[in-house]
Design a protein around this ligand. Structure first.
Ligand SMILES: NC(=O)c1ccc[n+]([C@@H]2O[C@H](COP(=O)([O-])OP(=O)(O)OC[C@H]3O[C@@H](n4cnc5c(N)ncnc54)[C@H](O)[C@@H]3O)[C@@H](O)[C@H]2O)c1
Length: 432
């Protein structure tokens, strides 16, 4: 019987596992971090965060954790939390290998009474059909699903204060997991009727977001044809105090969650004969945004009378979202590949990912370009892209994939500007 102690083992020390590990340490837990990636583990052992997160780096310095690659240490833990990746394959099918191999790796060391919490995002049914059967011959362990909802780079909502849902197979497991999360979080925890319900909550949140972004991307492209500025329309619609929730168009959806999780649901439903038309369409619309960016560039090149073979594009921002260094499924990389396919000259820059950037600085990339495509709205980049700066660098075309640049000033400076459904408002010009 595993005694209630103050040790938590966390398997997978990435964007989800490491912040939780450091928070648990801060709250007084002994933390045993385990990961299969040795260089990552070595960095963490030296007190460094393997990805860019300044707040987490500070916190890890104050609250160092034990990290290693040896799974046998889970034998000493009260609770074991699994936060390994759940990606999709090249054909967009769920890839559960990291999760099932993490289970296989801890299995020899499990003891009666252990509580195992899966935090990785999975579709409804994975806990029942994949994880539980893998552990059926281990006596009296408690299995719980508690999906993580972290939003890296978000200053307001962090692992500390985001409410949780969890669902387990036994009362003891639910109570143990609840005890752990209550001891580290400053947020409520809702117990669901089953692990399946907890899985479904997470899938619903992320498909909701993908669908809403696809909807607004479609409206942006339609309004662009009609000459209507979507940013003004969203601001107008957002004055309605009920039944409208603003979402914003952009150059695509990336990361390890929103661009991946819908496929888990699509594939699971397909197995039982249900066709998720809506989820599939949303994925198609969002997957198409990187090529829309190239379409806008080609349109702008005609308007600026700059032939395609003379374009020198500065692609700004490689990460999938602002102020992070994560490039998983980044739409910027898709746009980059499409530009290269068309033999368009392109140079990249991302201040968070110098190793993947062609240029060493924003000034360097601007001085080598006559067009820019903003593919990620890192604050540092956006603040520097003033019309004066662009003009002085000889930029002729601006494709604003995040609708964040000062369009009127850029247009006044004589540059060709295209945003995602963002354009000079004909009425506001004539009303003055
Ligand atoms: N990144 C996010 O914003 C986010 C938010 C909410 C939920 N999630 C979900 O959380 C899970 C983890 O995501 P992440 O972004 O932290 O991934 P990540 O790639 O940043 O980290 C996962 C870590 O697990 C390690 N790993 C892989 N296989 C392993 C194994 N078999 N045993 C031990 N370690 C293993 C990897 O080396 C890596 O360090 C995924 O299911 C994801 O969908 C992610």
């Amino acid at each position: 019987m595993t005694k209630i102690n103050n040790t938590v083992a966390i398997i997978g020390l990435g964007y989800v596992g490491l912040p939780l590990a450091v928070l648990a340490r801060e709250k007084g837990w002994e933390v045993l971090g385990i990961d299969i990636n040795e260089p990552k583990v070595e960095l963490i052992q030296r007190g460094q965060v393997p990805f860019r997160d300044d707040d987490l780096a500070e916190a890890l310095k104050k609250h160092p954790i034990q990290a290693g690659t040896d799974f046998s240490v889970v034998a000493n833990a009260y609770i074991i939390i699994i936060a390994v990746p759940t990606p999709v394959t090249a054909s967009n099918h769920p890839d559960l290998i990291p999760l099932t191999s993490a289970i296989a790796n801890i299995k020899p060391y499990l003891k009666q009474g252990h509580t195992i919490v899966v935090e990785s995002t999975v579709n409804p049914g994975v806990m029942d059909e994949v994880i539980s059967p893998l552990l059926k011959d281990v006596p009296a362990v408690h299995l719980v699903h508690c999906p993580e909802r972290i939003n890296p780079g978000d200053a307001k909502w962090s692992v500390r204060n985001i409410p949780r849902v969890l669902g387990g197979y036994t009362k003891t497991g639910v109570n143990n997991a609840k005890h752990f999360y209550e001891s580290v979080l400053e947020a409520p925890i809702k117990v669901m009727g089953s692990p399946t319900e907890a899985e479904a909550v997470k899938i619903m949140e992320n498909t909701f977001r993908d669908i809403n972004i696809a909807y607004i991307n479609e409206m942006a492209r339609s309004f662009a044809v009609l000459g209507i500025d979507i940013t003004n329309v969203i601001a107008g619609a957002a004055t309605k105090p009920f039944a409208f929730m603003p979402h914003y168009p952009g150059n695509g959806v990336g990361g390890h969650c929103i661009s991946v999780d819908p496929y888990y649901m699509i594939e699971r439903a397909k197995q039982v004969g249900f066709d998720h038309k809506f989820l599939k369409l949303a994925r198609r619309i969002n997957e198409d945004m990187p090529s829309y960016m190239v379409e806008l560039l080609l349109k702008a090149s005609q308007e600026a009378k700059l032939p395609v073979n003379q374009l020198k594009v500065g692609l700004l921002g490689l990460a999938y979202k602002k102020n992070v260094s994560d490039i998983r499924n980044s739409p910027a990389l898709k746009t980059l590949a499409l530009l290269k396919k068309q033999s368009i000259t392109v140079q990249t820059f991302d201040p968070f990912i110098p190793k993947r950037s062609d240029a060493a600085s924003l000034s360097e990339v601007l001085s080598n370009s006559n067009a820019i495509m903003l593919t990620c709205d890192h604050t540092k980049i956006v603040h520097s892209l003033t019309p004066q700066h662009l003009q002085a660098a000889g930029i002729k075309i601006v494709i604003d994939g995040r609708n964040v640049l000062n369009m009127p000033a850029i247009v006044r400076a004589g540059l060709v500007y295209y945003g995602i459904g963002k354009m000079p408002h004909p009425l506001s010009a004539s009303v003055k």
